[in-house]
Design a protein around this ligand. Structure first.
Ligand code: XMP
Length: 504
């Protein structure tokens, strides 16, 4: 593997991403990780990431003693390069101002740039610069502002780049990373097939003959995990899907049809009476969320006792959850415990989290290999509280039923017009607004429904989707013709921020 030591750059995760794309397994560890911890990963190469510090800062982060002496290639990026140069006896100059943005390399050569041709645009984000080389190093790239933009020592296999090869704004950066991997001599066999085999072997080794409990949400992560665990431990797995009565039309059946035939021991629990009873008359969004969270735990607990005892609880934790901060390992534990925090002590499980090292699109790839149908594999996210937060105000069975039918027309329409995969999320909201309309010769006084579709990379920000007018016209007609409780359809044209994606 390649070990990436994180010194706090916002791009550290992208380095891991690029290596994965090149078929190489890599691990991000905190910059301060002990030598012992690093050796556990059997590193064939080490990357020192960028970071906001200057090597002259009093608390400048440093790799543990011995890391720089490891007999493996080391690549320093930005701060990482300055650190390498500084500790090897070079000189780093504190610059008053920051160089930020694109720069063109005026010269490049050497091992890191092997095979690169033509102009090389590099993304810079630094204030300090290396001005005097340490012994044994050569300058292998320059820009007008930064004469020492890349350095290498082929004897000790130490390399440094001042720019960020991992970001898209350095279009030829992948070649630089690939050249480093070649020097490391690391196998490029980290493919989805390989990952699946390894994950299955790991789960078997960890679980033995123990029983495993898994909660199914209907989303891609938990569904894929169910398929993986079924392959690994078969009947030792009990997957519990709690139907709170706030799902989309046909969703429960879709999950059953996707998982049961592939060998998942699936328990479907209809808990709609409990959930809807507890939600009766509640209109405050946060109150709705609290009640639903509490009822989920209750229902899950009940099933755990019914089908248990279970030694293990499986969770679909992904790599981005694990490395949310530079905290690395510590952060991961907080998150895991947090996820099961609502369960009582006597249901003490050991956690199984096979996806802890994976990114979302790797999970999607594994899902494909395991046979998860595309309508689940490529599904938009759907919130845990379901339609409860899409019915403004108090929830009734009748309102759920209206919204399910509207939502189904909208979502099916998006699929039919090939727009589903062009939006990140789409939803319908049942508002409490009633307004006057005319149907045949009759005056109507019915509800308004709002449609919302957004594009988004990470759901932290989102743009409203520019759906074609023709499509919107068709959907609006279908809704008012088929759902008689609705006489007005509006389209939400607000981005996030200031609006959120959901209305509650
Ligand atoms: P907002 O509405 O905050 O939503 O822009 C961002 C993303 O989070 C989802 N969401 C939730 N997911 N429980 C969930 O599991 C919730 O309470 C919840 N609220 C919002 C939302 O669907 C969107 O993808």
């Amino acid at each position: 593997s390649i070990v990436i030591l994180d010194f706090g750059s916002q791009f550290t995760r992208l380095i891991a991403r690029r290596f994965r794309e090149l078929g190489v397994y890599s691990v991000i560890l905190p910059g301060s990780a002990s030598l012992e911890r690093i050796l556990q990963e059997k590193p064939q190469g080490v990357v020192l990431s960028g970071g906001p510090s200057s090597v002259y800062d009093e608390n400048a982060p440093k790799p543990a003693q011995g890391v720089l002496d490891l007999d493996v290639p080391i690549l320093g990026i930005c701060y990482g390069m300055q650190y390498l140069a500084h500790t090897a006896g070079g000189e780093v100059k504190r610059a008053g101002k920051r160089e930020y943005g694109k720069a063109e390399l005026s010269k490049y050569s050497g091992t890191l740039f092997a095979g690169v041709q033509g102009e090389f645009i590099a993304w810079m984000s630094h204030s300090d610069s290396v001005i005097t080389l340490p012994q044994g190093y050569d300058v292998v790239a320059e820009t007008i502002d930064t004469p020492v933009t890349a350095i290498e020592n082929n004897e000790t296999r130490r390399y440094g780049v001042q720019f960020h090869p991992e970001v898209v704004h350095t279009p030829k950066g992948t070649q630089v990373l690939l050249n480093f991997l070649e020097v490391c001599g690391v196998a490029r066999d980290w493919t989805a097939e390989h990952i699946v085999e390894e994950l299955i072997a790991d789960v078997r080794a960890k679980v033995g003959t123990g029983k495993v409990l898994l909660g199914i949400s209907g989303g891609v992560d938990s569904s894929t995990l169910a398929l993986l665990l079924a392959k690994a431990v078969g009947e030792q797995l009990t997957a519990v899907f709690i139907d709170h009565g706030l799902l989309r039309l046909g969703e429960r059946e879709q999950v059953e049809q996707a998982l049961r035939p592939l060998g998942v021991n699936l328990v479907v629990v209809d808990a709609s009476n409990e959930f809807l009873g507890a939600l009766d008359g509640v209109s405050d969004p946060e109150e709705k969320r609290k009640i639903i969270g509490r009822e989920f735990i209750r229902a899950f607990e009940r099933e755990a006792r019914e089908y248990g005892p279970f030694e293990f609880l499986a969770q679909g934790t992904l790599y981005p959850d694990v490395i949310e901060s530079a905290g690395g390992e510590g952060a991961a534990n907080i998150k895991s415990h947090h996820n099961v925090g609502g369960l009582p002590e006597d249901l003490a499980f050991k956690l199984v989290e096979p996806f802890r090292t994976l990114f979302k699109d790797e999970v999607r790839e594994i899902a494909r290999l395991l046979g998860l149908p595309d309508h689940i594999r490529l599904r938009h996210p759907f919130p845990g509280p379901g339609l409860a937060i899409r019915i403004i105000g108090a929830i009734t069975r009748e309102k759920i039923n209206i919204l399910q039918r509207v939502d189904d027309i909208f979502i099916s329409g998006l699929r039919e017009y090939d727009l589903y995969n062009q939006t990140a999320q789409a939803l319908a909201v049942l508002t409490p607004i009633q307004s006057v309309g005319v149907m045949g010769d009759e005056r109507t006084y019915s509800y308004t429904v709002a449609l919302r579709a957004v594009t988004s990379a990470d759901f932290m920000t989102a743009e409203w989707a520019f759906l074609p007018y023709e499509f919107l016209a068709t959907i609006s007609n279908r809704i008012v013709n088929h759902v008689h409780e609705i006489n007005r359809v509006v389209y939400d044209i607000t981005s996030k921020p200031p609006a959120t994606i959901e209305w509650e």
